[in-house]
Design a protein around this ligand. Structure first.
Ligand SMILES: Cc1cc2nc3c(=O)[nH]c(=O)nc-3n(C[C@H](O)[C@H](O)[C@H](O)COP(=O)(O)O)c2cc1C
Length: 242
């Protein structure tokens, strides 16, 4: 159901990651609208460093097959590092563990059930059943951090536009683990780096994986105020559980 008229605060606070989609395709005009909204994102020097490949239908099915095969054969080809060890001990690792426990808990998967955890992770590569996936590529400027920030801005516009249209999506680093497979399938040159993908479509509202909200840490843990009195006195309306 389109929700374009809802206030921005409600919109941004109701967005959440969708991990089970209905197969129904999104009308082309809605996809265009989402892409137009995302295109308005700010970027360093207005470089707009995103190149976006939207994949649907037979191409979507074929690419998912290739990704699952690459995963089976251990052909990981990530353009950017991703390692839990980089989180160090404490805050970030604790949050990642809380996230994993919440996610597997929603699926009824126990911590010790490695096979079920692996199967759940592989659902990333079937785009969680979504009819569409957008791959977000970027050029290799310097250390990549500035362009990656720009892609993040683009992605959040994309996700909020989906929410405003009654649709859902999920950014997926997991899709970037097989960058060579994606580039080869989509005929993308090697100098475009794959940061992540966004699977999108209509959320399956009946699935338990779509019916939990992970929450956020308290503002006071993320924000330091300087000569800005009164800000922490009122409630911020965000659920604080991790
Ligand atoms: C850049 C990025 C990459 C992500 N990669 C994955 C992923 O590969 N698989 C997944 O299930 N969720 C992924 N997520 C979703 C996060 O787990 C999720 O955003 C976070 O837990 C907060 O939950 P929410 O989006 O429902 O608010 C990713 C999110 C971001 C921003």
């Amino acid at each position: 159901m389109p929700t374009a008229a809802i206030p921005f605060t409600d919109l941004v606070r109701s967005r959440h990651s969708v991990r089970k989609f209905l197969p129904d395709p999104v009308p082309p005009a809605e996809i265009r609208g989402v892409l137009e909204d995302a295109q308005t994102a700010p970027s360093n020097c207005n470089t707009q460093p995103w190149t976006v490949h939207v994949v649907s239908g037979a191409a979507r099915d074929g690419l998912s097959k290739e990704l699952l095969q690459a995963d089976e054969e251990g052909r990981v080809s990530s353009d950017f590092s991703f390692d839990y060890a980089d989180f160090g001990e404490g805050t970030y690792l604790d949050r990642a563990h809380h996230h994993a426990a919440t996610l597997y808990g929603a699926r009824g998967i126990s911590r010790s059930d490695r096979a079920a955890r692996k199967a759940a992770a592989r659902e990333n590569l079937d785009f969680y059943g979504a009819p569409h996936v957008a791959f977000l590529f970027m050029p290799a400027f310097g250390d990549g951090v500035r362009a990656a920030g720009d892609i993040g801005m683009y992605a959040q516009n994309f996700l909020l536009s989906l929410t405003a249209r009654g649709l859902g999506g999920i950014p997926q680093t997991a899709l970037g683990f097989y960058a060579d497979t994606v580039r080869e399938f989509l005929d993308v040159p090697k100098d475009l780096k794959l940061l992540f993908g966004i699977s999108f479509g209509t959320a399956d509202q009946t699935s338990p994986v779509n019916n939990f909200r992970i929450g956020r840490t308290a503002l006071e843990q993320s924000v330091v105020l300087h000569d800005t009195p009164g800000v922490f006195n009122g409630g911020d309306g965000v659920r604080h559980d991790g």
